[in-house]
Write a new protein. Structure first.
Length: 187
């Protein structure tokens, strides 16, 4: 009888470039397609489509590439270590724009209604919710394709990126509420 092998995932101090690219390209594509979908979906009211699309794009990019590096990243282990690179690469940006926080504060990223985790989830879900009525009111094949692409990117994030590429290999997974939600802490 063969002994069971240790199935613990390798933890990355520096995520491979491919992982960082997959994470960021899918994030940026999600935001851009979401914004375009909102603009096209509400194009019957010129001001509404462009206004809500632009507001969504500003919200999503600011949340991901400003709020996260200012509020979450300084409290992460990846911020402290020299030459480490997290899956988003935001620890590098955070070191340039924020002061070091406290590791004990890292789990706070998921506390409260307007916490960074909830804002991040909102940036992923808002375009999907916004495009549903738009599909009913202003259906087009292009809008349907964009909607399906954004849904596909969301599912890809939840079923591939988080559990297999990002959270599984993260050195902060034992403190991170997102890793706990993904069920990867003990894998």
């Amino acid at each position: 009888m063969e002994l069971a092998k240790d199935t613990k995932a390798k933890l990355y101090s520096r995520y491979p470039l491919a992982s960082v690219l997959i994470y960021n390209v899918s994030t940026i594509l999600h935001f851009l397609l979401g914004g375009v979908g909102i603009v096209l979906g509400y194009s019957f009211s010129l001001w509404a489509g462009y206004t809500f699309g632009a507001l969504y794009l500003v919200f999503s990019f600011v949340e991901m590439y400003v709020i996260m590096p200012l509020t979450v990243c300084p409290n992460c282990v990846y911020y402290r270590a020299e030459d480490w690179l997290c899956v988003s690469g935001l620890n590098v940006l955070s070191k340039k724009i924020a002061r070091e926080g406290d590791l004990k504060d890292f789990p706070r990223r998921a506390q409260g209604l307007l916490c960074p985790n909830n804002l991040y989830l909102a940036s992923l879900i808002v375009p999907i919710v916004a495009m549903i009525p738009a599909l009913i009111l202003n259906f087009s094949a292009v809008l349907l394709i964009i909607f399906l692409a954004v849904v596909g990117l969301l599912l890809f994030r939840f079923f591939v990126i988080f559990p297999k590429i990002a959270c599984l290999h993260c050195r902060a997974k034992h403190e991170c509420p997102q890793a706990e939600a993904m069920g990867v802490r003990n894998r």
